[in-house]
Design a protein around this ligand. Structure first.
Ligand code: FCB
Length: 478
């Protein structure tokens, strides 16, 4: 490592030690400067981490699991920036007990995870795979034994490849496939799992996977995107109904990738472009779920959705969710760009806006954005409760003599948490906050480069190392 960097880190920790006697006893200094504490969030507030099957499990072809679209996509040359794949990932399939011990040691109480559809239904539909089902029973039991609440997401992007071969979400049959899968999972785990989420971020997996082609299955264009949107919206509500039927006492939610959208200048055209981004990012999936229909007035191309809407569909788009999951990392700043078709707008990247604080993903650190987007979602009359189901940041961590002083990550969490608290203190019903994420893992098309974990993973040895941010949470929650 560069000498200057070592010096900087040394100075940072000496200054911290000087101002914080706690450091001597292994506590993390930043807590000293906080003007809020865990108690301000209330005794029932849930604290946890979020994860997803494909990003951590590995064991890609073990015990009867079939390939998902992400297995296929990551094995195709050129799709993953680093040329890596998720075959092994964090090997959570084998290390879940150790990893849940780590989570427990951080004083967290919730483990949010997703089920791999192709582990439990390798043919997409039909014959279930008992070995796959048993694995999730083991994970859930291991949570319960440790006093951790398992929060289960049905779908975090890893559609069975055999279903993609039949068109995936573009095919209206996806509604029947997903219903069968939701039945199986809710019937199998409903007696142990009380908190459920139908989808992880529909705007992300439909736009990145079926409009831009940057994620699996790599399709592009509105002709792929629009039918996908409608089928996913139908499945979102149907998934909720199926869980409600099989687990009547469940708390049921679904999660949204969302970000406050600002316009670059107050010029009319920038504002219009920002409004369209807001529709695509923040409104397209929640508004039908709340019974408001598609936000076509603000984004006319969405009128083309009508081609896919069958009689009776509109009434089936809504479901009475108990909570809405907000997943926020940054904000968007949008400018009109005449040359960009349909959207007619472009997000101005932080580095072009002279933004000082950017994560390794190139995302602006903008804590107030989480407050703004929580308020935006809370303003819908149908939203009863909000859980921050993901928030976090990637920075290039360095292991120095067996430690990771990830001060930027601690700072990020503290500033974002303060904004969550601000919204809560203004009366928004916010019931929990989950970090993205426990372990450094496979960040989709970016590979393993970006590290989001509270726990560092050495992908050569699978060794885990709690970062200072993990210890900070331990002390904050302890
Ligand atoms: C979210 C995804 C999650 C992870 C984080 C960084 O959009 O839900 O899987 O990739 O971003």
């Amino acid at each position: 490592m560069e000498r200057r960097k070592v010096l900087r880190l040394f100075l940072a920790s000496s200054v911290a030690a000087a101002i914080s006697p706690n450091l001597v006893f292994g506590k993390i200094p930043f807590q000293q400067h906080l003007d809020f504490s865990q108690l301000d969030f209330g005794p029932d507030f849930k604290w946890g981490v979020a994860t997803s099957a494909f990003q951590i499990e590995g064991a890609h072809d073990l015990d009867g699991k079939s390939a998902s679209i992400w297995d296929t996509f990551s094995h195709e040359k050129g799709n993953i920036k680093t040329g890596e794949n998720g075959d092994v990932a964090c090997d959570f399939y084998h290390s879940y007990e150790q990893d849940l011990d780590l989570l427990k040691s951080l004083n967290m109480t919730v483990f949010r995870f997703s089920i791999s559809w192709c582990r439990v239904l390798p043919n997409g539909t039909g014959e279930p795979n008992q070995k796959g089902i048993d694995f999730y029973h083991r994970v859930i039991d291991a949570c319960l034994e440790r006093g951790l609440e398992p929060w289960l997401t049905l779908y975090h992007w890893d559609l069975p490849q055999v279903l993609q071969d039949q068109g995936g979400w573009k095919n209206r049959d996806s509604l029947a496939w997903f219903s069968e899968y939701a039945e199986l999972v809710s019937k199998n785990f409903g007696d142990k799992v009380k908190n459920w989420m139908v989808f992880n971020e529909p705007s992300a997996f439909t736009a990145l996977g079926y409009l831009i082609g940057y994620h699996a299955p790599g399709l592009k264009g509105f002709k792929n995107f629009l039918p996908t949107v409608h089928h996913v919206c139908l499945a979102q509500a149907e998934g909720g109904r199926i869980i409600r039927k099989n687990v009547p006492t469940a708390q049921i939610g679904t999660t949204y990738s969302c970000a406050h959208v600002d316009y670059y200048t107050s010029e009319k055209h920038d504002k219009k472009s920002a409004e369209r981004w807001d529709v695509l990012l923040n409104r397209l999936f929640i508004e039908p779920a709340l019974g408001m229909g598609y936000p076509t007035a603000s984004f006319p191309i969405l009128k083309k959705l009508e081609a896919y809407i069958k009689p009776g569909d509109l009434e089936k788009l809504s479901f009475d969710f108990d909570f809405i999951g907000i997943q926020n990392y940054t904000r968007e700043v949008v400018k009109k760009m005449g040359l960009i078709p349909i959207m007619k707008g472009l997000e101005i990247k932080p580095e072009k806006r002279n933004v000082q604080e950017i994560t390794s993903m190139g995302w602006e650190v903008y804590p107030e954005g989480i407050y703004q987007i929580i308020k935006q979602f809370a303003a819908y009359p149908g939203v009863k409760k909000i859980i921050v189901t993901e928030n976090g940041c990637a920075f290039p961590d360095e292991v120095i003599t067996g430690k990771i002083h990830d001060l930027k990550r601690i700072d990020y969490y503290q500033r974002y948490l303060k904004q969550v608290l601000r919204a809560k203190q203004e009366g928004v019903n916010i019931g929990g906050y989950f970090c993205w994420t426990l372990l450094d893992n496979f960040e989709w098309s970016e590979g393993f480069y970006h590290r989001f974990g509270l726990v560092h993973v050495d992908f050569k040895t699978q060794k885990r190392l709690i970062k200072d941010s993990g210890y900070w949470f331990r002390d904050f929650l302890g």
